[in-house]
Design a protein around this ligand. Structure first.
Ligand SMILES: Nc1nc2c(ncn2[C@@H]2O[C@H](COP(=O)(O)OP(=O)(O)OP(=O)(O)O)[C@@H](O)[C@H]2O)c(=O)[nH]1
Ligand SMILES: [Mg+2]
Length: 612
């Protein structure tokens, strides 16, 4: 199917031409028929020899209805520009042409109508001159009369030729259907219509309905194209979509049905305005942005020039679902002035806070044409989620480096080098706790996720207990602490369960953090706060207790281990916790398993496993 939109000044014969070509009057409202004036968008279609089905979106020409006209032509790739032979080039001829030019519409046909009323040659020559230098320069032209029928066959023939040259869009790609009408059908519910530019819609599809107030899921309950029920429709096509679970009041012109995960609903964006950097043509601070069938007031802030183009930050009054490369139309409604195009370069631009931020931004955007490109986005954004890239319209081909994170080339390597320095600094500042906590490293490196720090850890760096350490540094203690630990171990050599008391620890200079460091380094075993033994002491205690008649009391255990109550009680609790012993209801204990290895959890018929 092809979709063609009309354009041209009021009363120049657009609707009459569509009716002549399709047999259907696109003016369906009673008021339109009464006033002989198109007020809202009209739709009609016909089979055209050599072109297949052709649907027409007929737009109003009256100056009051330019926003309606723009909603109709926004998503349509082909234009039928109509000029009356007896009317000649008029203000909305110019305004509509400027809009088509800004939207980049390159395919079309110039039709000089009402050729029975005046010689079409002057109107044709004037129109040709106006088309020169626009996207429609050089399109074919035909003169005709809807009243006599003269020239209509030629219009059909030339239109078929024009349509044959229109490239087919991607049927496999994502969908964004800009809604141009919404209504209710009794028994079916809410129906929206629009021009599907690309991609394929199917019944049963789940789509995001993006409106000014938010996004919600909607399911395609039924689909029609050219008044036929269809199971699927691929762009370019006129479609009517029956939506499940959407009330009529929740959707209207300017909203969009979008493939989930594709497009960013944004109210801040950076655009390139081709040619607007030349001459005096500064953009006004307030303007209206048209995208698809949507029109949203916006504020513009020039960032700077890039050659002949102006780079502009736009702040929309309501968010729109956009992707990189979208072509927006910028308009000043008060002056009936199409200001030009805005090609979307960034849908998630950084805030401009510091002085000179705009200039830096211009440098960033220099040369970008808007085509979504993974390498260029990674270079500029440094770190970005794959899902976010896809939402921007980028086809992601590389694999993530951690989680869903994609990074600029060399970024992890540089982060790894900086990390080595940070780890060394941290170790020098805090020798008892040499590892740099992952979260601290993440903040220092300015990365959004600890998983990225982890991915940057390369030998000799390693990750131990959530800290980044340099090689064997984790196992090393400062010499002073090392000497004190050796003294403790010497004390314990004869009496392995006689843990040093507080006074002895103080004498050796082993405070809380020194003991913690020695335990982390595996040089001492912690029984309780301030109670330490030689490594392996718990296992040795269990083996010693296995020699007692089972079960045994705490004081029997204390005597067997040759230690004090201060040590024995926490030691028994530590044994319970390690599942080396279990404590019965009478406070007596049994050694579990073989006394050296912890008993497996949940043995059938065994004692109830202790909780962690
Ligand atoms: N004689 C003659 N009259 C025509 C021709 N085409 C259209 N008309 C008349 O011109 C008037 C306007 O035609 P429309 O088709 O409604 O014009 P339009 O461009 O659709 O107007 P808007 O939608 O309001 O912008 C109507 O009275 C038509 O009957 C033609 O080829 N010859
Ligand atoms: Mg009309």
């Amino acid at each position: 199917m092809h979709v063609v939109a009309t354009a041209g000044h009021v009363d120049h014969g657009k609707s009459s031409l569509v009716r002549s070509l399709t047999g259907t009057d696109p003016d369906r409202l009673a008021e339109e028929k009464r006033r002989g004036l198109t007020i809202d968008l009209g739709f009609a279609w016909a089979e055209l020899p050599g072109a297949g089905s052709v649907a027409f979106v007929d737009v109003p020409g009256h100056s009051s209805f330019v926003p309606t006209m723009l909603a109709g032509v926004g998503p349509v790739p082909v234009a039928l520009l109509v000029v009356a032979a007896d009317g000649g080039w008029m203000p909305q001829s110019a305004e509509h042409l400027a809009a088509l030019d800004a939207l980049g519409v390159r395919h079309g046909l110039l039709v000089v109508t009402r050729a029975d009323l005046a010689d079409p040659a002057p109107a044709l020559a004037a129109a040709r001159a106006e088309l020169a230098g626009t996207s429609l320069a050089g399109v074919p032209a035909v003169a005709c009369s809807a009243v006599t029928g003269a020239g209509l066959d030629e219009v059909r023939r030339v239109l078929a030729e024009v349509l044959a040259a229109v490239p087919a869009p991607r049927a496999a790609g994502p969908v964004r259907l800009w809604v141009d009408r919404a209504f209710t059908i009794r028994g079916a519910g809410t129906v929206v219509t629009g021009t599907l530019g690309a991609g394929t819609l199917r019944t049963g599809d789940e789509l995001d309905l993006a409106t000014a107030s938010g996004v919600r899921r909607a399911r395609v309950r039924g689909l029609q194209s050219l008044e036929q029920d269809v199971a699927s429709a691929s762009g370019v096509a006129r479609v009517a979509v029956n939506l499940r679970g959407v009330e009529r009041g929740e959707v209207g012109r300017g909203d969009a049905l979008v493939t989930p995960g594709w497009s960013v609903r944004t109210d801040v964006l950076d655009v390139r305005c081709p040619g607007a950097g030349e001459g005096p043509g500064e953009l006004p601070g307030r303007l209206v942005v048209h995208a698809g069938s949507a029109a949203v007031p916006a504020r513009s802030r020039p960032l700077g020039r890039d050659g002949a183009d102006l780079l502009v930050r736009l702040r929309l009054e309501a968010p729109l679902p956009l992707v990189l490369g979208d072509r927006l139309l910028l308009r000043d409604p008060a002056r009936h002035l199409v200001l030009g195009a805005g090609v979307v370069l960034d849908v998630r631009p950084p805030a401009l806070r510091r002085r000179g931020a705009a200039a830096a931004r211009v440098a960033d955007l220099q040369g970008l044409g808007g085509e979504p490109d993974e390498a260029s986005e990674l270079r500029r954004r440094r770190v970005v989620r794959g899902a976010d890239l896809r939402a921007m319209g980028v086809r992601v081909r590389t694999s993530p480096v951690a989680g869903d994170w994609h990074v600029a080339p060399g970024l992890l390597e540089r982060a790894g080098e900086r990390l080595a320095g940070l780890v060394a600094e941290h170790a020098a500042a805090d020798p008892l706790r040499p590892g740099l906590p992952l979260e601290e490293a993440r903040r220092a490196l300015g990365l959004p996720d600890r998983a990225l720090v982890q991915a940057a850890v390369r030998p000799p760096l390693q990750l131990v207990d959530g800290r980044v350490v340099a090689g064997a540094a984790a196992a090393q203690l400062p010499p002073r602490v090392e000497r004190a630990v050796a003294a403790v171990l010497a004390d314990l050599a004869g009496q392995p369960f006689a843990a040093p008391d507080a006074e002895r620890l103080r004498e050796l200079g082993l405070g809380r953090s020194e003991l913690a460091a020695a335990v982390r380094a595996g040089r001492l075993e912690r029984v309780a706060e301030g109670v330490v033994l030689a490594p392996g002491a718990l296992r040795r205690a269990a083996r010693a207790l296995a020699g007692l008649p089972q079960p045994f009391t705490a004081s029997e255990a204390r005597r067997a281990l040759g230690t004090s109550r201060r040590v024995a009680l926490p030691l028994l609790e530590a044994l319970d916790a390690a599942r080396l012993t279990s404590r019965g209801a009478d406070d007596r204990r049994r050694v579990l398993g073989d006394g050296g290895r912890p008993a497996p959890v949940g043995r059938p018929g065994g004692a109830e496993p202790p909780r962690e």
